[in-house]
Design a binder for this molecule. Structure first.
Ligand SMILES: Cc1cc2nc3c(=O)[nH]c(=O)nc-3n(C[C@H](O)[C@H](O)[C@H](O)COP(=O)(O)OP(=O)(O)OC[C@H]3O[C@@H](n4cnc5c(N)ncnc54)[C@H](O)[C@@H]3O)c2cc1C
Ligand SMILES: *[C@@H]1O[C@H](CO)[C@@H](O)[C@H](O)[C@H]1NC(C)=O
Ligand SMILES: *[C@@H]1O[C@H](CO)[C@@H](O)[C@H](O)[C@H]1NC(C)=O
Ligand SMILES: *[C@@H]1O[C@H](CO)[C@@H](O)[C@H](O)[C@H]1NC(C)=O
Ligand SMILES: *[C@@H]1O[C@H](CO)[C@@H](O)[C@H](O)[C@H]1NC(C)=O
Ligand SMILES: *[C@@H]1O[C@H](CO)[C@@H](O)[C@H](O)[C@H]1NC(C)=O
Ligand SMILES: *[C@@H]1O[C@H](CO)[C@@H](O)[C@H](O)[C@H]1NC(C)=O
Ligand SMILES: *[C@@H]1O[C@H](CO)[C@@H](O)[C@H](O)[C@H]1NC(C)=O
Ligand SMILES: *[C@@H]1O[C@H](CO)[C@@H](O)[C@H](O)[C@H]1NC(C)=O
Ligand SMILES: *[C@@H]1O[C@H](CO)[C@@H](O)[C@H](O)[C@H]1NC(C)=O
Length: 578
C-alpha cells in the first residue's frame, strides 16, 4: 500500500472496527459496531442548521496523495496563527494534542513536517461532529451523543493545554461559530429584583477575546479577558470555566469574578440559566469547576467597566553574570507583592541570561505608576554597574486597555502550532514575601532554567479580596500572588519514549515547586496532565462539592475530560468506567 493511502484506509470503518467490541461500561467510539450508521447520522443532520462536519488534522492538506483538495500553503501560512488554527475544526493549538500515542509507543499523527516521511493519520482528532450555530444545534448534538453513548468532546478554540477539547474516535460539538455579542447597560440577571442592574456584555460560546475586546471598545467599555497574540483564546468557554486570568485581574478580579450569568445545555438537553438566583449550585460550579464537565455553555454574561487609560511598563535586561542575574531576580520577586497591590498585572519571563516583563496598571496616573516602580528600577539601574545590560525599561501611557492590547498583541507568532506541554503552581503571597531566596533558587535551578519559567502577575490585589468559597474556583487562587508556569516542547517525529522523558522533567519541576509551596494548587487551564493529586491541586477543598454538583447535572457522566471533576471514575482512555 502506498503510504499516502493510509489515512483513507485508516478511516474506513471496517478496519477501525477490528479493535472494537461494544462494552456496556464503555463509550462508543468510531469504528466500533455500536457507532451510529450514516442513516442515523442523517437523522441528526436533519435537525441541524448546518451540515455535519468531518474534522481532519489541518496538516493533512500537506499530504496531497491522500488529501488532494487541501491547500498546504494556507496551512504553512496559518500554522502559528491562533486565529487560523481555531477556525479549523480538526485543529488543536498545540499540535501534540492532535496525535495519539498507543500503549506500544506507536504514534498516530499527521505531522506538518512531511520530510519525516510518516503517513498522515487521524490521531486524536474527532471524526464527525456538529458545527453548532444555535442553542437548538447544541441540544440536538448533546441528545444524540447521550442517546448513542458516544464519546463526546466540546471544542471551542482548541487552546486547552491538557488536550481536553479533542479525543480519538470521538463525536465533536464545535462551538466556534456561535459568535453573537450583545450589550445591555441595564442587565438584570434572570430572577433578580429589577433594581439589580449591571452594565453587561453577553457573549455566545464561540466569541474569542479579540472579538469581545473590539466590540467592547466600540461601546466605550472595558471587559476583563485573556491576553495572547491575536486574542484567539475563547472568551466564553474553557477560559472562564477554569478561572480566567487577565493582566487586569489584580485590579478587577478573575474572569469568574466578573460573570453575572451563564446559559448552558445540560446532558439531558435542557437549556438552563445559571446565576445567583437560578441554579445557584451550577453557577457556583461553573465558576472554576472546569470546561467540558457540567454541560455546554451557550453564553456568558460579564459585567463591564468604563473604558479607562492604562500605563504599560516594559522591561528587558540581560547579563552573562550569574550573581547579577540572581540579584535582579531577587529584586524582581521582592517587589512583586507591592506591585500587585498597586494594581499592576501582566507577564514576566525568566530567560537563561535575563528577565523581561510587560505589565499594565489601570489605577495609577503616569507619575504614580513611575513612583510605584522606583524600587525595582533603581535596583536594576544599580546592577548595570555589575554587568546588567538593560535594553528596555520604560513606562508608556495608553488611552485604553484595548489600545495596549492591539499595540502589543495584535499580530506576531504565537506560542501555538508546536508540540508543547506545561506545568505550573500558584505561588502564595506568603511564599513570595517570606521565601524570596528559595523562590530565586528554584527559578535558577537547572531543572527550571531550561523550561522557560514565567511569572504571571495575574493574582493578588482584588483577586485575593473575593471570598474563596463564593465560587467553585480553587481556593489557592485567593492566597496566590503569582501563577508560575513552565513548559517543554519537541519537534514533530519525536519518539514516545523521548516525550515521556520530557514529561518526566515537567514532573521533576513540579516536585521543586511543591517543595516551595507545599499546600498550594495550580491553575487547571495552564497545568500538567500528569499531576499526582490533581483533585486537590486543581480544585482544593472544593472538590467534593463540585463532584456532587457534577453528578446532579450530569448523572450519566456524558461530559468527561482529563483531570476534570469526576474523571477518576474513568480509565486512562476516559472511554470506559473503572
Ligand atoms: C496562547 C495561549 C494563551 C493563553 N492565554 C491565557 C490567558 O491570558 N488567561 C488564561 O486564563 N488562560 C490563558 N490560556 C489558557 C486558556 O484559558 C485555556 O487554554 C482554555 O482551556 C481555553 O479555552 P477555550 O474554550 O478557548 O479552548 P478549548 O480548548 O476549545 O476548550 C477548553 C476546555 O473547555 C471546554 N469548553 C470549551 N467551550 C466550552 C463550552 N462552551 N461549554 C463547556 N465546555 C467548554 C472544552 O471541552 C475543554 O475542556 C492561554 C492558552 C494559550 C494556548
Ligand atoms: C491557498 O492558500 C494561499 C494562502 O492562504 C492562497 O493565497 C491561495 O489562493 C490558496 N489557493 C487556493 C487554490 O485556494
Ligand atoms: C502498536 O499498536 C497499534 C494499535 O494497536 C498497532 O496499529 C501498531 O501496529 C502497533 N505497533 C507496533 C510497532 O507494534
Ligand atoms: C523535518 O524533519 C527533518 C527530519 O527529521 C529535519 O531534518 C528537519 O529539520 C525538520 N524540519 C522542520 C521544519 O522542523
Ligand atoms: C444577537 O443577540 C441579540 C440580543 O440578544 C439579538 O437581538 C440578535 O437577534 C442576536 N443575533 C443573532 C444573529 O443571533
Ligand atoms: C436588558 O436586559 C433587561 C433585563 O435584564 C431587558 O428587560 C432589556 O430588554 C434588555 N435590553 C436590551 C437592549 O437587550
Ligand atoms: C479593587 O477594586 C476596588 C473597587 O473597584 C478599587 O477601588 C481598587 O483600586 C482595586 N484594587 C486594586 C489593587 O486595583
Ligand atoms: C549559573 O548558575 C547556575 C545555577 O544557579 C549554574 O547551573 C550555572 O552553571 C551557572 N553559570 C555560570 C556561568 O556560572
Ligand atoms: C547595588 O548593588 C550592590 C550589589 O548587588 C549592592 O551591594 C548595593 O547595596 C546596591 N545598592 C543600591 C543602592 O541598591
Ligand atoms: C515616567 O517615566 C517615563 C520613563 O519610563 C518618562 O518618560 C515619563 O516622563 C515619566 N512620566 C512622569 C509623569 O513622570
Amino acid at each position: 500500500m502506498q503510504p499516502f493511502l493510509w489515512l483513507s484506509f485508516f478511516l474506513s470503518p471496517l478496519t477501525y472496527r477490528l479493535g472494537g467490541v461494544t462494552d456496556p461500561k464503555c463509550r462508543c467510539t468510531y469504528g466500533q459496531a455500536c457507532w451510529p450508521s450514516s442513516s442515523t447520522f442523517s437523522q441528526l443532520a436533519s435537525q441541524l442548521s448546518q451540515p455535519l462536519i468531518y474534522p481532519i488534522p489541518p496538516e493533512s492538506a500537506c499530504y496531497p496523495s491522500s488529501h488532494p483538495s487541501g491547500n498546504c500553503s494556507a496551512v504553512l501560512q496559518g500554522t502559528r496563527d491562533g486565529n487560523w488554527r481555531s477556525s479549523q475544526s480538526g485543529s488543536m493549538q498545540a499540535t501534540n494534542f492532535e496525535t495519539f500515542i498507543f500503549d506500544n509507543g506507536t504514534i498516530s499523527a499527521c505531522y506538518l513536517n512531511t520530510t519525516l516521511g510518516i503517513p498522515c493519520q487521524q490521531g486524536s482528532v474527532p471524526v464527525i461532529g456538529v458545527d453548532a450555530r444555535t442553542v437548538q444545534d447544541v441540544q440536538a448534538g448533546v441528545k444524540f451523543a447521550a442517546e448513542h453513548n458516544l464519546r463526546l468532546v466540546v471544542k471551542n478554540t482548541g487552546h486547552d493545554f491538557l488536550g481536553r477539547s479533542t479525543a480519538r474516535g470521538s463525536f465533536l460539538l464545535w462551538t466556534h461559530n456561535m459568535k453573537n455579542i450583545s450589550f445591555n447597560d441595564t442587565f438584570t440577571p434572570t430572577g433578580a429584583p429589577a433594581s439589580e442592574q449591571y452594565n453587561a456584555i453577553t457573549l455566545e460560546a464561540g466569541v474569542q477575546w479579540h472579538e469581545a475586546y473590539s466590540a467592547a471598545e466600540a461601546n466605550g467599555r472595558l471587559i476583563i479577558g485573556g491576553v495572547s497574540i491575536g486574542g484567539s483564546v475563547g472568551a466564553a468557554g474553557g477560559w472562564v470555566l477554569g478561572g480566567g486570568h487577565s493582566a487586569l485581574s489584580p485590579a478587577y478580579g478573575l474572569g469568574v469574578d466578573n460573570v453575572l450569568q451563564f446559559t448552558i445545555v445540560t446532558s439531558d438537553g435542557q437549556h438552563l440559566v445559571a446565576n445567583a438566583n437560578s441554579h445557584p449550585d451550577l453557577f457556583w460550579a461553573l465558576r472554576g469547576g472546569g470546561g467540558g464537565t457540567f454541560g455546554v455553555v451557550t453564553s456568558v454574561t460579564y459585567r463591564t467597566y468604563p473604558s479607562a487609560p492604562v500605563i504599560g511598563v516594559f522591561f528587558v535586561a540581560n547579563t552573562a553574570d550569574n550573581a547579577t542575574l540572581r540579584s535582579l531576580y531577587t529584586d524582581y520577586v521582592r517587589t512583586t507583592p507591592a506591585l500587585a497591590d498597586a494594581g499592576w498585572g501582566g507577564y514576566g519571563y525568566f530567560q537563561p541570561n535575563g528577565l523581561s516583563f510587560a505589565y499594565i496598571n489601570p489605577k495609577l496616573s503616569w507619575g504614580q505608576a513611575n513612583t510605584s516602580l522606583d524600587t525595582f528600577m533603581n535596583s536594576a539601574m544599580n546592577l548595570t554597574g555589575y554587568g546588567l545590560d538593560i535594553q528596555a525599561a520604560l513606562t508608556v501611557p495608553f488611552p485604553s486597555v484595548y489600545s495596549w492590547f492591539s499595540t502589543i498583541f495584535a499580530a506576531g507568532v504565537e506560542q501555538v502550532g508546536s508540540n508543547i506541554e506545561i506545568g505550573s503552581r500558584l505561588l502564595p503571597r506568603d511564599v513570595v514575601v517570606n521565601d524570596v531566596e528559595k523562590v530565586v533558587d528554584t527559578i535558577m535551578s537547572p531543572t527550571l532554567t531550561s523550561m522557560n519559567p514565567s511569572w504571571l502577575l495575574v493574582a493578588g490585589g482584588n483577586v485575593s479580596k473575593v471570598d474563596p468559597d463564593s465560587t467553585g474556583l480553587n481556593p489557592a487562587w485567593r492566597d496566590a500572588i503569582v501563577h508560575f508556569a513552565m513548559g517543554v516542547g519537541w519537534p514533530d517525529g519525536t519518539l514516545a519514549t523521548e516525550i515521556q522523558a520530557l514529561r518526566g522533567r515537567v514532573s521533576q519541576a513540579l516536585v521543586a515547586l511543591n517543595d516551595l509551596a507545599p499546600n498550594s494548587g495550580a491553575y487547571l487551564n495552564e497545568a500538567s496532565l500528569y499531576e499526582q493529586n490533581w483533585q486537590y491541586t486543581f480544585f482544593g477543598s472544593h472538590y467534593e462539592k463540585l463532584k456532587s454538583i457534577k453528578h446532579l447535572y450530569d448523572p450519566k457522566s456524558l461530559f468527561v475530560v482529563a483531570s476534570g471533576v469526576g474523571s477518576e471514575e474513568w480509565d486512562d482512555t476516559l472511554n470506559c468506567r473503572k
